[in-house]
Write a protein that binds this ligand. Structure first.
Ligand SMILES: *Cc1c(COP(=O)(O)O)cnc(C)c1O
Length: 376
């Protein structure tokens, strides 16, 4: 049996090596490292795949979130509602721009922002909501958009973990996550569902004026070279990364299916163990399983992690400390928010290996060891 990894990028590369190597070599031969034709091609490929008017490639997912908030003209003191149960980048950029993160709790089943809590947290200073499609499943976007319309708020979707996910609206129509809010942000970090071979990210919007602004900000505030209309930053996707992403985008649906297959197998084999709750699958969204995250109780989680590690099985806690308990946010008084579910989940979650190259033999072995621990 091959060594078990959380993500097996080497095996994935081996299968597409010829195509990838050729595409990389082409960029080097053309010496079009920055803003080469590969970047425009990928931008169009992603626009077509997502069914969105504008994609603005950038350097990483964190930049994507920052540029989105800058383009919306959010100002110091403005409040931004976001879950605390997320990767730190989501909340960090809010504080970086001098905005005030207002942490709200998540739904214990979906791990995504609890829509009931959003409305309670709105004040006259609230300007935006940042839902996170955590672990690969969509937040409740119809309700979030409804609240946003009612209070004239922007919605910035953090789609870093859910690219490829389909969200079904109440009227039955389907949208890709990241294309529903005012702006959607994603990351192409190597381990993400659509990952490149370094850093990368993208911003999506259907708003023509916003698209111009987003492009300007990502490019030193200029549209015409050396005419800087606003303070921006330097955030580009390299041509080599774009070339790799165009190849991998063609396989994204297949990759999501492969992840789902592993998830189905885990569900079937771990679902009946007492003290284990398998991931909830919301009917309004497909799940692209960036992570396969279980909730466990009645056992010591550290002991489980160590037991699995001893038996050659890596596992991860996403995330061990929620944002509202991070030292960096000490100055933001979040005690007014009731984040009991976030704290509760933080102590219960564990993520198992899941990726596109997982073999049945590996999944079987993981389930077998997992069961042994619970039956001890
Ligand atoms: C990965 C990730 C990001 C940041 O992406 P980078 O490309 O690493 O900057 C933001 N939000 C979430 C939820 C993520 O998982």
């Amino acid at each position: 049996m091959r060594e078990i990894q959380m993500v097996d990028l080497k095996s994935q590369y081996k299968k597409i090596k010829n195509e990838i190597d050729k595409a990389i070599q082409e960029v080097i031969d053309q010496a079009t490292f920055i803003n080469g034709p590969q970047v425009t091609r990928f931008q169009e490929d992603l626009e077509n795949y997502l069914g969105v008017k504008h994609v603005i490639p950038c350097a990483n997912g964190t930049d994507a979130l920052q540029i989105a908030m800058m383009a919306l003209g959010l100002k110091p003191g403005d409040e931004v509602i976001t879950p605390s149960f997320t990767y730190i980048a989501t909340t960090e950029v809010i504080a970086l721009l001098g905005l005030t993160p207002v942490f709200v709790d998540v739904n214990p089943k979906t791990f995504c922002i609890d829509v009931e809590q959003i409305e309670k947290s709105i004040t006259p200073k609230t300007k935006a909501i940042v839902p996170v499609h955590l672990y690969g499943q969509s937040a409740d976007m119809d309700k979030i958009m409804e609240i946003a319309t009612k209070y004239s708020l922007y919605v910035i979707e953090d789609n870093a973990q859910a690219i490829g996910c389909d969200y079904t609206h109440q009227d039955g129509s389907i949208s890709k996550t990241g294309t529903i809010g005012t702006i959607g942000c994603t990351s192409f970090f190597p381990s993400k569902n659509l990952g490149c071979y370094g850093d990368g990210g993208a911003i999506c919007t259907n708003d023509d004026d916003l698209a111009i602004k987003l492009k300007q900000i990502a490019n030193h505030g200029q549209t015409i070279r050396y005419h800087h209309e606003m303070v921006g930053c330097n955030s580009r996707l390299d041509s080599i990364q774009a070339a790799i992403l165009s190849i991998k985008l063609k396989k994204l649906d297949e990759y999501c299916d492969a992840r789902r297959k592993v998830a189905d197998f885990y569900d079937k084999n771990l679902g009946k163990i007492k003290g284990v709750t398998i991931p909830y699958r919301n009917t309004n969204s497909s799940h692209v399983f960036h992570q396969y995250t279980l909730q466990i109780e009645g056992v010591n989680r550290n002991d489980l992690v160590n037991f699995l590690a001893t038996n050659g099985i890596p596992s991860m806690i996403y995330y061990p400390i929620p944002a509202h308990r991070q030292k960096m946010f000490d100055s933001f008084n979040s005690s007014s928010n009731n984040l009991t579910i976030t704290d509760w989940l933080t102590n219960r979650v564990i993520s198992l290996p899941i990726h596109t190259e997982m073999e049945e033999e590996q999944a079987e072995y993981i389930c077998k060891q997992f069961k042994i621990f619970f039956e001890r």
